[in-house]
Design a protein around this ligand. Structure first.
Ligand SMILES: [Mn+2]
Length: 230
């Protein structure tokens, strides 16, 4: 059995399917783990959901799932969801046929997944306090350190001391792919959000093979210029 991590899919189902095919990912045989932010912004969140189900993928909660959850809970309660941008309404509309099951699934998503070999988080960890001292807000959206407004500045992982196990994260499309290795050895830190929805790549890492695999985005990234994450 292989352990396969995939970065932020953001509704890019065609790229996700192409990446799984390139990897030869077999449902029920490989362990597929996602960094979160699976549905929002991209063209086909419903197909992403079907791929997640088909591969029995596990995932940590991303900041986009945290917001989606509130919106879906409002819908289920018969209230109007708080929607800030048209792309959020699009994601909700696309997921409408499966809102109940996706909502139940997101409700149960953990903030981190930890085994003897690795820890998986969405945005990162508190570099001074480690996994155990990381707040919910930091798991979902930490980027800079020391914390500051905006996306420019040194990253939390610039201050992160390498641990005994691999730490995998997503969320930071502006920072791009991050691979920090032990001298002559395996990575101890992996950032897998390589900005697929912004026109760059979707990235995966196969733990047992120490192998990075990427597929090219089919998205027009110029659509997101000037937004907070692009
Ligand atoms: Mn994110």
């Amino acid at each position: 059995m292989r352990t396969i991590f995939v970065g932020d899919v953001h509704g890019c189902a065609a790229e996700f399917a192409a990446l799984l095919a390139t990897l030869g990912c077999r449902p029920g045989q490989d362990c597929l783990l996602l960094t979160g932010d699976a549905f929002s912004r991209g063209p086909d969140p419903l197909r992403v959901w079907h791929l997640i189900q088909a591969h029995r993928a596990a995932m940590v909660m991303g900041n986009h799932e945290a917001r989606l959850l509130k919106q879906m809970q409002a819908l289920r309660a018969g209230q109007p969801p708080k929607v800030k941008w048209p792309d959020q309404q699009y994601t909700l509309d696309q997921l409408a046929p499966v809102v109940g099951e996706v909502c139940d699934w997101i409700e149960d998503l953990p903030l981190f997944i930890e085994t003897v070999d690795f820890a998986l988080v969405h945005a990162g960890v508190n570099p001074e306090r480690g996994l155990a001292g990381t707040s919910r807000d930091q798991f979902l959206s930490i980027r800079t350190w020391p914390p500051r407004e905006g996306i420019a500045g040194p990253r939390w992982h610039d201050y992160y001391q390498q641990g005994v196990k691999l730490l995998v994260f997503g969320h930071d499309a502006p920072g791009g792919l991050v691979v920090k290795r032990r001298p002559g050895g395996h990575p101890y830190l992996l950032g897998l959000d390589s900005g697929c929805v912004y026109g760059r790549q979707l990235s995966a890492y196969v733990l047992e093979e120490d192998r990075l695999v990427q597929v090219q985005s089919r998205q027009d990234g110029s659509r997101w210029l000037g937004t907070s994450d692009a």
